[in-house]
Ligand binder design. Structure first.
Ligand code: HEC
Length: 196
């Protein structure tokens, strides 16, 4: 008798507990899924309003003049676009940029905009969210490598909240991966020597 009662209690408990647990779990999962989708949408919004395409998507000539080529969205300086040495700075003019808006020459040498797509070898595919956030927070590659060169506006983007940076990274990891190996920057001496 006692055994039966216990079994009944267990059964009764299960009758309630199982559906409640299932409901709670599915609620948690759908909330999670929504959060990810919302995060990506927010990241897309920030990326498209914070000029990332201006520099990280190569420009091409269109009917209304040069514009970012969205078929190569955020893939950085095109590896097959070999730029000649930059012009020598003269008078108050200290910087120059190539037609794609992805190669920049100035007192820092020549910098090439990075591939931000999730390609594992040439883009941010192997980066963690931490790597990305620490790059922006410290102005150093992955938070510990070499300094990120101008004109990457680190000082501006350092004002993003943690949630904004997480959203940007989620979006960048969701876009199509493009294989494009961006060249290493040229130090000032080298850039000047080459231009003489
Ligand atoms: C005015 C041009 C410019 C804009 C705007 C810009 N970037 Fe950059 N970014 C660069 C350049 C140039 C580099 C390469 C710098 C270097 O080699 O040190 C770079 C590098 C990076 C890197 C790689 C750093 C590393 O250590 O490998 C990340 C990540 C990045 N940018 C993200 C972004 C995001 C996200 C946005 C928009 C919110 C953005 N950038 C907007 C020019 C720009």
């Amino acid at each position: 008798m006692k055994r039966r009662t216990t079994r009944h209690i267990v059964q009764a408990a299960m009758t309630f507990a199982v559906p409640i647990t299932v409901a709670a779990l599915s609620l948690a999962f759908s909330a999670q899924a929504q959060t990810t989708a919302e995060k990506i949408a927010r990241g897309k919004y920030i990326v498209s309003t914070s000029a990332c395409h201006d520099c990280h998507t190569p420009w091409k000539m269109g009917p209304n003049g040069p514009a970012p080529d969205m078929t190569r969205a955020l893939s950085g300086h095109p590896q097959d676009f070999k730029v000649p040495p930059p012009p020598k700075p003269e008078g108050p003019w200290i910087a120059a940029f190539a037609a794609t808006n992805t190669a920049w020459a100035g007192p820092w040498g020549v910098s090439f905009t990075a591939n931000l797509t999730p390609d594992p070898e040439t883009g941010l595919g192997k980066w963690t969210q931490r790597n990305f956030i620490e790059t922006i927070r410290t102005g150093r590659h992955m938070g510990r490598g070499r300094e990120v060169l101008p004109p990457m506006p680190i000082m501006v983007y350092n004002n993003f909240t943690e949630a904004d940076l997480e959203a940007i990274f989620s979006y960048l990891q969701s876009i199509p991966a493009i294989r494009n190996r961006v060249p290493e920057p040229l130090p000032p001496g080298e850039a000047v020597a080459k231009s003489q």
